[in-house]
Design a protein. Structure first.
Length: 306
């Protein structure tokens, strides 16, 4: 329960950060908004997100600035000042540490990639698919996945899954699978940032643990806490135990119905038993005999018969 409260606090602080990236954001201000001491907030944020609040804020500002450079013709200094960098020189130094090139060179490089990609798509009718990922599901032909170089959380690109139909028919997933042997006997947390746009059904991260002969040993698809509608970047996580007879681990993002979802900054981390699992429990065992054959019995806890 305490862990879940801390997760909600971190998510709330990230929403606050996202809404104020162009404003002054000190550790004191953000921790005060979260109603925690600076020390306690700093520790909890880093444990869940994997980096300090100041590192997260700087990378998000750089990602948003990079998107501005690509999608607009605004001057580099103007973009730098909007995202709280004191000068173009300071912005360039920070930008090069993350993107390994100057803002001006990055603008030319990515625009050339986008222009080349558009020409290839027109000529060959193809889309750039993310390396290492596969598209599957009940109706994969109604969806597509790809790489977005403008809408990103951190870094140069994000993955996306989008419905090509406005009908609420089936689902698709962008996924990977790998052998479980390096994680057997451990508790694994799959964390990622997601952003959604007009999701009419629902979306979410998911992870599945398979045993011998395809036995399902663990599963969570966020069906009890779905992503719906239009949302800004926010962290989500799946936590599952990896039993000794586990063979494969599958994970990804799913989309049911119309809309689009982006994912970025994905991580798989080993965690201790203080972090609760999110496993969707299997149905209860079968009863010893038939029940309610007369249809007038009530479940336990309700007032007798109808």
């Amino acid at each position: 329960m305490i862990y879940n409260e801390h997760v909600r606090m971190v998510k709330g602080s990230i929403r606050f950060i996202e809404e104020n990236l162009t404003e002054e954001l000190s550790l004191e201000r953000v921790s005060r908004e979260a109603s925690f001491s600076m020390y306690h907030f700093h520790r909890l944020f880093q444990a869940y997100v994997g980096e300090t609040p100041s590192e997260y804020i700087r990378k998000r500002r750089l990602a948003c600035a990079a998107a501005e450079l690509i999608s607009t013709d605004r001057r580099i200094l103007e973009v730098a000042l909007e995202f709280q960098f004191e000068s173009q020189e300071a912005f360039t130094r920070a930008f090069k540490r993350v993107y390994h090139m100057t803002p001006g060179k990055y603008r030319k490089y990515v625009l050339s990639l986008l222009n080349r990609g558009e020409k290839e798509n027109r000529m060959e009718g193809i889309k750039q698919e993310p390396y290492g990922w596969m598209l599957t599901g009940s109706h994969p032909h109604l969806y597509s996945m790809g790489v977005d170089r403008i809408v990103t959380h951190q870094g140069r690109s994000a993955g996306y899954l989008v419905s090509e139909s406005h009908q609420m028919e089936g689902f698709a997933t962008m996924m990977q699978m790998f052998k479980a042997k390096n994680y057997v006997g451990k508790r694994l947390r799959f964390t990622g940032f997601a952003k959604s746009e007009r999701v009419d059904g629902w979306a979410g991260l998911w992870m599945r643990i398979d045993g011998k002969d395809g036995d399902l040993l663990g599963f969570d698809n966020m069906g009890n806490r779905p992503i719906t509608g239009t949302t800004s970047w926010s962290p989500y996580s799946i936590v599952l135990d990896i039993p000794k007879d586990s063979q494969e681990i599958a994970f990804g993002v799913l989309l049911y119905g119309a809309g689009k979802i982006w994912v970025d900054s994905l991580r798989l981390d080993e965690v201790d038993d203080k972090v609760p699992t999110t496993n969707i429990e299997s149905p209860d065992e079968l009863p010893d005999g038939p029940v309610n054959l007369s249809f007038d019995e009530a479940p336990e806890g309700e007032n007798g018969k109808i």
